[in-house]
Write a protein that binds this ligand. Sequence first.
Ligand SMILES: N[C@@H](CCC(=O)N[C@@H](CS)C(=O)NCC(=O)O)C(=O)O
Length: 235
Amino acid sequence: MIDLFCFVSPNARKIHMALEELGLPYAVRWVDITRGDQFAPHFLRVNPNGKIPAIVDHDGPGGEPVRLFESAAILLYLAEKTGALLPDDPAARWEAICWTVWQVANQGPGLGQATHFLQYAPDGGHVDPYAQDRFRAEAQRVYRVLDERLTGRDYLAGDAFSIADIACFPWTRLSRHHGVTVTDYPAVVAWSERIAARPSAQAKIDDHRDEATRRFQYSAEQRAVLFPTAPDPDR
Ligand SMILES: N[C@@H](CCC(=O)N[C@@H](CS)C(=O)NCC(=O)O)C(=O)O
């Protein structure tokens, strides 16, 4: 049995999709990141970085429990555990690993910051336009890189669906928050629709968010948890 520590988020969706694809038994452990559950001592023992997703596999290496955090590490672990979702051919396998790492090093942070500065700007948008322009440009760059890779191919690596596709897919379903016109990236749209049709992408986890949180309308308390700020030491 695998415990999946998650909230509704593109990073958690990757692991949920992989578990569904692989048919591994799992239990959802809800971590409300808008209320600070990610900082609870019992969760920090699973992920010292205080972010979801994370897992505990009670049947880890040698039959012992193992905890894992960082979505790319978890995807690689699940692929290795099952011998699935990574190509057998070494060149294609490393291509899949490159795109999985690209996702956590480029697409995730870039689109996360674009969402932050374009969508969650405090007080209805009083945020430095430089930051907004900077991350809109970065969002457009990562969509372009993905589009160029997917032009003329069905999947990111080799000729089959892999953890690279799982890693990159969920963020492309949130393009309305990224300051991009997604139709400018037709190969991304076609690929994203193809993956969205898979049962693993349609599987739902119980959503415990209240209505306002679902609409990203966070209270002052939720914003303080999610978007902490530090005073400038030079001021
Ligand atoms: N690089 C991490 C990113 C994880 C991450 O940023 N998770 C967000 C939700 S999508 C989170 O837990 N945020 C809560 C917080 O920052 O306090 C991964 O790929 O797993």
